[in-house]
Design a protein around this ligand. Structure first.
Ligand code: FES
Length: 165
């Protein structure tokens, strides 16, 4: 008989995880089988390799081993406090964990384009006079694409958009 560990997602249900299996895989399977009934939204899944940070969680109880995790998303201090990327840990015992909001790095080039007031954005007259330069055109699709291509965190940003659906 194959040993399995129980992964309790705080307030959301239970998943069964094989030794050596990534916790995120077990959670995805459990969600597919309707075992995480109280999960308020779709499980956050991105790269599945510890890079994008979208599956951030905190282990509240239990032992686990870690695979490489991006330091951009889990600092050494975070790691010491039990924060993990669910795709980059596997259980060594039963676990209790809490899903945490991803800490996504800023996307400065896209942020500047997105925050820029543009002609198609209606504004109250007093705001328009204060802004002074609302005649600038909106960023084009090519500008946005260039921003994404220049941005090392484009995949992360994409994942954030995915979460907002
Ligand atoms: S899914 Fe990308 S870090 Fe876990």
């Amino acid at each position: 008989m194959t040993e399995r560990f129980t992964i309790e997602v705080e307030g959301s249900g239970l998943a069964s995880c094989r030794p050596g299996e990534r916790v995120l895989v077990a959670l995805e399977r459990a969600q597919g089988f309707g075992q995480l009934k109280n999960l308020p939204r779709r499980l956050p899944v991105g790269c599945r390799r510890g890079g994008c940070g979208i599956c951030r969680a905190r282990v509240l109880e239990g032992a686990y081993q870690t695979l490489p995790m991006s330091r951009a998303h889990i600092s050494a201090e975070d790691e010491n406090n039990g924060f993990v990327l669910a795709c980059a840990i596997s259980p060594l015992s039963d676990l209790t964990l809490r899903l945490e909001p991803a800490r996504l790095p800023k996307a400065p080039s896209l942020g500047a384009a997105a925050a820029r007031p543009c002609a198609s954005t209606p504004a109250p007259a007093e705001a328009a006079s204060a802004a002074g330069d609302l005649a600038r055109p909106c960023p084009t699709a090519a500008e946005i694409t260039a921003s994404l291509n220049d941005n090392k965190n484009a995949a992360v940003f994409g994942a954030a958009v995915f979460l907002e659906e």
